[in-house]
Design a protein around this ligand. Structure first.
Ligand code: PMP
Length: 385
């Protein structure tokens, strides 16, 4: 039975409404969903088309393709300066399934998941789908979307089992610093919690900010689990490829979920995805730099609009401005924006009722399209009545 708190992703419904408008022939400026504006790398697609014709793929290991696991382990080792081996990697159908496998492996009746708030819309449903009787304890970020360690400590009870964080954060554009990560690891260690850190936007950092992986602290504390995937950096949302990085012991249990739910992630996709690790160093810079310029453009275009306040955008694919428009809800503002300017954004209420005076704006568009969309977005707020 589906838990009553598991709803459809409203952002998908909203974007369907937006799509209906564009089907009607109108030019739509989409700042709604978290889709990279770039395609999957040519080498990955080329490999897929070659092996589709020449190879046969049957059932395979539920842990994932060994070469892919080795490549991921190598990559994570380089990022986190930690020794990660292929046996620390479990390949999943997207980061979403990685999260679901983690929660299914861990959560018993009555266990509490402390979940960063605001957060990616699937965390809460996934906790309840994993265990109907689990509890969510929302942990609010501060007004500028940084971390309040004391507030976090106050939430922990003997039933707390997992602490779920996301850095860079969707929707806020926040980033966990080294000092904050160290504090989170210490809290997890002292209270015997699993620290689950979703790092899917790890390559999306701006203006010299530094991404810190929870994996860098694996020597201090073994119960660290990170989530990542190919959707964002590699523009491979439709491929559904993600992975978990965790202790070998944890993965021996977690793999049972993949084994019994899907046998294995399609091997043909995994073999093609190995090519992503042969791309030249700095390959992603061409896209990261566009996103960084989009951040600058956003900040410049909106700085004189006092009814809109945006916390510093340090990282990730989104920013999360707060509007001051009296009783207007985020849904009403988003619908008005869509109808009057043909600009689609995600209403903040999607992230919970505390975020009903926010809008999530995606930074992922080619620069010229982003400029057009932000000009209309700014006009909307300048002329809002
Ligand atoms: N985590 C976060 C924070 C996300 O924003 C998303 C996708 N929007 C995911 C996980 C899921 O990614 P995937 O496509 O790999 O399932």
């Amino acid at each position: 039975m589906i838990h009553p708190e598991v709803h459809n992703t409203v952002s998908l419904e909203f974007s369907a409404m937006a799509r209906a408008k564009s089907v009607g022939g109108e030019k739509l400026h989409s700042l709604g969903l978290g889709e990279p504006f770039w395609p999957a790398p040519g080498a990955v697609r080329q490999k897929l088309s070659e092996i589709a014709l020449s190879e046969h793929y049957g059932y395979k290991s539920p842990f994932g393709n060994q070469i892919l696991r080795q490549s991921i382990a190598h990559d994570v080792t380089a990022i986190a300066d930690a020794r990660i081996e292929a046996e620390n990697i479990l390949v999943t159908a997207g980061a979403k399934q990685a999260l679901s496998v983690v929660f299914k492996t861990l959560l018993e009746d009555g266990d509490e998941a402390i979940v960063v708030d605001p957060c990616f819309v699937s965390y809460r449903p996934q906790v309840f789908l994993a265990n109907h009787n689990a509890k969510i304890i929302p942990w609010s970020l501060t007004d500028d979307f940084s971390i309040d360690i004391e507030a976090l400590k106050a939430l922990i009870t003997p039933r707390s089992k997992v602490l779920v964080v996301n850095s860079p954060n969707n929707p806020s554009g926040g980033l966990i610093s080294a000092v904050e990560m160290q504090a989170l690891v210490a809290i997890a260690k002292n209270h015997n919690l699993y620290l689950v850190c979703d790092e899917i936007y790890r390559d999306f950092v701006y203006h010299g900010a530094t991404f810190v992986s929870a994996n860098a602290y694996r020597d201090i504390y073994d119960q660290i689990i990170t989530i990542d995937g190919f959707s964002k950096t590699y523009g491979m949302t439709g491929w559904r490829l993600g992975y978990i990085v965790a202790s070998k012991e944890f993965l021996q249990n977690a793999v049972k979920v993949v084994q019994h739910e899907m046998t294995n992630v399609p091997e043909i996709l995994q073999v093609a995805a190995c090519e992503a690790f042969n791309l030249p160093d700095g390959w992603f810079e061409q896209y990261r730099s566009v996103l960084e310029r989009n951040v600058d453009h956003y900040n410049n275009a909106l700085e004189d609009i006092s009814i809109l306040k945006t916390a510093p955008i340090k990282a990730g694919m989104f920013c999360f401005p707060k509007f001051d428009l009296g009783d207007f809800t985020s849904d009403q503002v988003a619908v008005k924006l869509l109808h009057s300017q043909n600009v689609a954004v995600t209403p903040g209420v999607v992230f919970g009722k505390d975020w009903d005076s926010y809008l999530r704006v995606s930074l992922s568009s080619p620069e010229d399209e982003f400029h057009d969309a932000i000009e209309k977005f700014a006009t909307f707020f300048r002329t809002f009545l």
